[in-house]
Design a binder for this molecule. Structure first.
Ligand code: 5GP
Length: 210
């Protein structure tokens, strides 16, 4: 009789515009990670598919989920609520499936503090420079200059949370970034050696915040 091994949890967080959502999709496709689908009170964007990208709910429904203690974690981000329900995550992990979360630093902190018996690896994705971030945000569907300005300000606050993550990855090219994350996950699972230079990251953060 074989003993079922639990799945692992991988969290990807980043300031808006660092390319995290694409990376999450890539990890799910190439490594067969199950994406945790969050609930949110924000309106769907044109390209988004309900129940695939998010469960779009109103504030009342969200508050009910809070009251019934169904959330694994939840937070207010950019004036909207976002949260991960517990049951689907635990069910997947118990079946040996790996789960990936696209959540912010507040959610990552909450999950980390639970100290569950499932392996957890946390990644914080950063843009190569503020100029590149500005360009990425300006080219999104959020052409509104005010929103871009607001997200740039938010970036200055968000970036400070890098220190609470296991690894910080600079997203200069999607393929490189994916392969660095992949190598670190494999090294973590197999207790292998990790190619990671924290001092280099510290200097990069200093540059981004100066
Ligand atoms: P967006 O509205 O652009 O899809 O997401 C805004 C931010 O909310 C992103 O940083 C995203 O990672 C975060 N987010 C999405 N779902 C959740 C969630 O369930 N919990 C938390 N804490 N943050 C989330």
């Amino acid at each position: 009789m074989s003993i079922q091994k639990d799945g692992i949890m991988v969290i990807l967080s980043s300031p808006s515009g660092a390319g995290k959502t694409t990376l999450v999709k890539l990890l799910s496709k190439k490594k067969n990670f199950q994406i945790s689908v969050s609930h949110t009170t924000r309106e769907p964007r044109h390209s988004e598919v309900p129940e695939q990208d998010y469960y779009f709910v109103n504030k009342e429904k969200f508050e009910n989920l809070i009251k019934n203690e169904e959330f694994f974690e939840y937070a207010k981000v950019f004036n909207h609520f976002y949260g991960t329900t517990r049951t689907p995550v635990i069910e997947k992990l118990n079946k040996g499936k790996n789960v990936i979360f696209d959540i912010d630093w507040q959610g990552a902190d909450q999950i980390k503090n639970k100290q569950l018996n499932y392996k957890l690896i946390t990644f914080f994705i950063l843009p190569p420079s503020k100029e590149v971030l500005f360009e990425r945000l300006s080219n999104r569907d959020m052409k509104d200059k005010l929103i871009v300005k607001e997200r740039m300000k938010e970036f200055d606050r968000d970036v400070l949370h890098w220190i609470n993550y296991d690894y910080v990855i600079i997203n200069d090219s999607l393929e490189d970034c994916y392969s660095r994350i992949n190598n670190l996950i494999e090294a973590e699972i197999n207790n292998g050696s990790k190619d990671y230079d924290k001092e280099y990251i510290r200097k990069h953060v200093d540059k981004l915040t100066s």
